[in-house]
Design a protein around this ligand. Structure first.
Ligand code: UD1
Ligand code: CA
Length: 454
C-alpha cells in the first residue's frame, strides 16, 4: 500500500521562549522537523507538512525538497491540523501521522506501525511510561482491546492512573481519515478537534486499533522546552556513541561526543572527550582524535593522529599525518601522507606534500608545498594584498627558515634554503641559500648613552 505522510508542525512551542519556530530548533545539528522528514522519506515521497507558527521560516528550510505544505492558520487541535492536509491526500493507501517536534522515532518502529494497517485495522504507537501526566491515556476494554483515547484534561480519576499513553503517531487507512475527520467535534475540556477521537470512531465502525510499542521510550518523546531538547540530544548522542563502540571504535567517554551529521569511522580509532563531528566525516582505521577537536566535512587517512584542540574543516588528510595540538585546518587544505602540522598553525586552500612539516606558529594560505619540505616556525605566507589573493609555491626538500615572510605571488624552488627572518618577494632559487633581511652589523665606536645633567 502507498504511504502518505502528514507531519504536524503548526504549534507555537511557546515554552521554548524563542523567536525561532520550535520545529526549527536543532538536534544533532539538524532542525527537529528535518529529522522527521528524513525518516518519513524512507516510506514515502508524499510528505505533507502542516505549518502555522513561523510557517515562512519552516517552508524556507525545505525550499529545495519535495515537501508539500498546508497552512493551519489557527491551531484548533491535532484533528483540525490533519484535516488541513486532507485535500492533498489520496483516498487510497495509508496515511502516517507524525509530529514535527518528535524527532527520534526509528524507521523500524514506523514500519511496524504501517504494517498494522489494513481495510479493517489501523496502527497506534503507544508507550508505557512511569509518569503519564499530560498525555492521552489508552483505554482498553475487559478483553484488552482499545476502546478510546482520553486526553489528560478529560480523564476521570481511574483513567488518570493508566500508564499506557498515546504517542500521537498513528497509521490509518486513507479512506477512514477522509470519512472521519469531518465528523470530529470540539465537545471536550480544551474545546479542540482531537485527532485522538478517531479511535472511538474506528472502534464504532469495526476497524480494530492495533498498538505498536517503540524499542525506546525516547522514540516517542516530543520537545516542548530547551531542557527536553538537551535531554533528547544527549540520549541520541549516547546511541551514536554506543553504535560506534559496537563497530570497534574506542570512545573515551560516550557521554562526551557529538556527531552532527554522518560519521563513518574505521576500526580501532580512538576518540577522546569533547569532540564534535559535523557534516560528512570519514576516518580510516587507527585514527586517534585527541580531546576537544572539531572536525567537519573531512576525510582522514589511516593512522593519522589529531592532537587536542584542533579544528579541521572541509579538508582531506592523508595517512600517518600528525596535526595539532591547537591547529586550525581551514577549507581546501590537503595534507598528504606523513605530513606534520603543529601547534598554532593555520592552513587554508593549501596542499602540503608527503612528509612535509609546518610545525609551529605559521599561516599557510593559497600555497602548494612539495614533498619533504620543512617550513620553519612563524613562517607566514602573505597571500592577500588587501584586494586580491595570490599563490605561494614551495617545491620539494625546501627549507624555509623561521620567521620568514613569503610575499605572494612567489616561488621557493626545490631544495631552496631561505634564511631565517627573510622577507621573500622574488623566486628563491633551487638548492641555493636565499637571505632577504638586513645585514647584522656591530658598531665598534658605539658609546653607551650617559645620563644628562640639567
Ligand atoms: C497530543 C495528543 C495526546 C498525546 C500527545 C503526545 C491529541 C488531542 N492529543 O496531545 O493524546 O499523548 O500529543 O505528545 O491529539 N499541532 C498542530 N496544530 C494544532 C495542534 C497541534 O499542528 O492545532 C501539532 C503541534 O505542533 C505538535 C503536535 O501537533 O507538534 C501535538 O500537539 P500538542 O498540542 O503538543 O498535543 P498534546 O496536547 O500534547
Ligand atoms: Ca505535546
Amino acid at each position: 500500500m502507498d504511504v502518505s505522510v502528514v507531519v504536524l508542525a503548526a504549534g507555537q512551542g511557546s515554552r521554548m521562549k524563542s523567536s525561532l519556530p520550535k520545529v526549527l530548533h536543532k538536534l544533532a545539528g539538524q532542525p527537529l522537523c528535518a529529522h522527521v522528514v528524513n525518516t518519513a522519506r524512507q516510506f514515502s515521497n508524499d510528505i505533507n507538512m502542516v505549518v502555522g507558527h513561523g510557517a515562512e521560516l519552516v517552508k524556507e528550510h525545505f525550499a529545495d525538497q519535495s515537501v508539500k505544505f498546508c497552512t493551519q492558520a489557527e491551531q484548533l487541535g491535532t484533528g483540525h491540523a490533519v484535516a488541513q492536509a486532507l485535500p492533498n491526500l489520496s483516498k487510497e493507501g495509508v496515511v502516517l501521522v507524525l509530529y514535527g517536534d518528535v524527532p527520534l522515532t526509528k524507521p523500524d518502529t514506523l514500519q511496524a506501525l504501517i504494517n498494522q494497517v489494513s481495510d479493517t485495522s489501523m496502527g497506534l504507537l503507544s508507550v508505557l511510561v512511569k509518569d503519564p501526566t499530560g498525555y492521552g491515556r489508552i483505554v482498553r476494554d475487559q478483553h484488552g482491546l482499545i476502546s478510546a483515547i482520553v486526553e489528560h484534561k478529560d480523564a476521570n480519576p481511574a483513567q488518570l492512573k493508566i500508564n499506557e499513553v498515546n504517542s500521537g503517531i498513528i497509521a490509518v487507512p486513507a479512506w477512514a481519515l477522509h470519512d472521519w475527520l469531518p465528523l470530529l467535534r470540539t465537545n471536550n475540556a480544551q474545546g479542540e478537534y482531537y485527532l485522538t477521537d478517531l479511535i472511538e470512531m474506528a472502534v464504532a465502525k469495526g476497524v480494530s486499533v492495533k498498538t505498536v510499542h517503540p524499542v525506546h521510550e525516547e522514540e516517542t518523546l516530543g520537545v516542548n522546552n530547551r531542557l527536553q531538547l538537551a535531554e533528547l540530544e544527549r540520549w541520541h548522542q549516547l546511541q551514536i556513541a554506543k553504535s560506534l563502540m559496537e563497530e570497534g571504535v574506542t570512545v573515551l567517554d560516550p557521554n562526551r561526543i557529538d556527531v552532527r551529521g554522518e560519521l563513518t569511522i574505521g576500526q580501532d580509532c580512538i576518540i577522546d572527550v569533547n569532540c564534535v563531528f559535523e557534516g560528512k566525516v570519514n576516518l580510516a582505521q587507527n585514527v586517534v582524535v585527541g580531546p576537544n577537536c572539531v572536525i567537519k566535512n573531512t576525510t582522514i587517512g589511516e593512522g593519522t593522529v589529531i592532537e587536542a584542540n584542533t579544528m579541521i574543516d572541509d579538508s582531506v588528510i592523508g595517512e600517518g599525518a600528525t596535526i595539532g595540538p591547537f591547529a586550525r585546518i581551514r577549507p581546501g587544505t590537503e595534507l598528504a601522507d606523513g605530513t606534520k602540522v603543529g601547534n598554532f598553525v593555520e592552513t587554508k586552500k593549501s596542499k602540503i606534500g608527503r612528509g612535509s612539516k609546518v610545525n609551529h606558529l605559521s599561516y599557510i594560505g593559497d600555497t602548494e608545498i612539495g614533498e619533504q619540505s620543512n617550513i620553519g616556525a612563524g613562517t607566514i605566507t602573505c597571500n592577500y594584498d588587501g584586494v586580491n589573493k595570490f599563490k605561494t609555491q614551495i617545491g620539494s626538500r625546501a627549507f624555509v627558515g623561521s620567521n620568514s615572510t613569503l610575499i605572494a605571488p612567489v616561488v621557493i624552488e626545490d631544495g631552496a634554503f631561505v634564511g631565517a627572518g627573510s622577507v621573500i618577494t622574488k623566486t628563491a632559487t633551487a638548492n641555493q641559500l636565499t637571505v632577504g633581511r638586513a645585514r647584522q652589523v656591530t658598531l665598534s665606536h658605539w658609546q653607551k648613552p650617559t645620563k644628562q645633567t640639567k
